[in-house]
Ligand binder design. Structure first.
Ligand code: A3P
Length: 287
C-alpha cells in the first residue's frame, strides 16, 4: 500500500525511512541548504509524539502570545512542515523570522546550519506512539492503512514505518542533548506538568513568562481546547479529502497509556523485551 512510498536512504551515516518523493524531487537537498537564523525554531519529532502540541506552544511564545494571530490561520501555514509539499519550501524560504518549522526528519537530515537556530525535539513512549500512529495511518487518506493493529505493530518492530527506525530517530537527537540549541521534551512530562514544561520551553527560547501568561498558554494548549480549535485540530483536512471520515480525528485521545487498550499482556511482554533491546541509550520512557 501507500506505506511503500517510503524508502531508506543513508545520510551522514544515518538511515531512515523517508518519503521517496522528497529524495527524488530534491526536497532533501533544499532542506539541508535552508538558511536557519538565530530566531528560527525547528520542532522535530517522530510522528505522533506530540508535534502539534509543541508547535502551538512554540508559536505562541515566539509571537509574544498572539492568541488572535494563532487563531487566524491553520498551524500548517503558521508552522510549516519542512518535508511536506504543502505549504512547501518556497513558502518557508519567504517567511520572515521568527519561524516555527516542523520536521519528522532525524537530526542528520536537518538544515546544515540548524545549529544557528533552536531545535525542540519532542518524544513519547513508543507504545503510545504506535497506537496513535496506527489510528493516524488509517485516518490519513494518503496512507490509508488497511491492516490490523497487530500488522501495524509488526511494521513498527520491523522498522518499516515512515521515519523509522523509532530508536535511531530518538538517538539521533539524544546524541546532541548537550548542545545548547537543543531542548528535548516528552509528551508525558507535558501531560503531567504542562506549566513546568511550558516554562522550560519559554526559558529555552529566551521568552520568559509570568505565571498568568503561563496559565494562558496551558489553557490554550490543553487537549480539550486544541480539540475544539480549528486552527490546530486539522479538521480542514475533512474538506481537503485527507481524512477517511469513519476513522479517528487528528485530536484523537490525548492520553498517556492508551496502548493498554490495544496491546494484550502476552504481546506486551515480548514488546518490552524488544524495546529494551532497541533502547540502547536507555531513554527513560514513561508508560
Ligand atoms: P493520540 O492519537 O494518542 O490522541 P502529532 O502532533 O505528533 O501528530 O501527535 C498527535 C498526538 O498528540 C495525538 O495522540 C493527539 O491527540 C495528541 N495531541 C495533540 N494535541 C494534544 C494536546 N494539546 N494535549 C494532549 N495530546 C495532544
Amino acid at each position: 500500500g501507500a506505506l511503500c512510498l517510503y524508502e531508506k536512504p543513508e545520510m551522514n551515516g544515518a538511515k531512515v525511512v523517508v518519503p521517496v518523493s522528497i529524495l527524488k524531487d530534491g526536497t532533501i537537498k533544499r532542506i539541508q541548504s535552508l538558511k536557519v537564523t538565530k530566531d528560527d525554531v525547528i520542532v522535530a519529532s517522530f510522528p505522533k509524539a506530540g508535534t502539534t502540541w509543541v508547535q502551538e506552544i512554540v508559536y505562541l511564545l515566539q509571537t509574544g502570545l498572539d492568541f488572535e494571530k494563532a487563531g487566524e490561520k491553520v498551524l500548517e501555514t503558521r508552522s510549516p512542515f519542512l518535508e511536506y509539499p504543502y505549504p512547501g519550501l518556497d513558502f518557508v524560504e519567504k517567511m520572515s523570522s521568527p519561524r516555527v518549522m516542523k520536521t519528522h526528519l532525524p537530526y542528520d537530515f536537518l538544515p546544515s546550519n540548524c545549529g544557528d537556530g533552536k531545535i525542540i525535539y519532542v518524544t513519547r513512549n513508543p507504545k503510545d506512539v504506535v497506537v496513535s500512529y496506527y489510528h493516524f495511518a488509517k485516518m490519513f487518506t494518503p496512507l490509508s492503512f488497511a491492516g490490523s493493529f497487530e500488522d501495524f505493530l509488526e511494521k513498527f518492530e520491523k522498522n518499516e514505518l515512515p521515519y523509522g527506525p523509532f530508536f535511531d530517530h530518538i538517538e539521533s537527537y539524544v546524541r546532541h542533548r548537550e548542545d545548547s540549541n537543543l531542548l528535548i521534551v516528552t509528551y508525558e512530562e507535558l501531560s503531567k506538568d504542562p506549566r513546568d514544561v511550558i516554562k522550560k520551553i519559554a526559558a529555552f527560547l529566551e521568552k520568559p513568562l509570568d505565571e498568568e501568561d503561563v496559565q494562558k498558554v496551558v489553557m490554550h494548549t490543553s487537549f480539550e481546547s486544541m480539540k475544539k480549535n480549528s486552527a490546530v485540530n486539522y479538521e480542514h483536512w475533512d474538506d481537503l479529502g485527507f481524512r477517511n471520515k469513519n476513522e479517528s480525528k487528528f485530536m484523537r485521545k490525548g492520553k498517556i497509556g492508551d496502548w493498554r487498550n490495544f496491546i494484550a499482556p502476552d504481546k506486551n511482554k515480548a514488546l518490552d523485551e524488544w524495546i529494551s533491546e532497541q533502547n540502547k541509550i536507555k531513554f527513560p520512557f514513561v508508560y
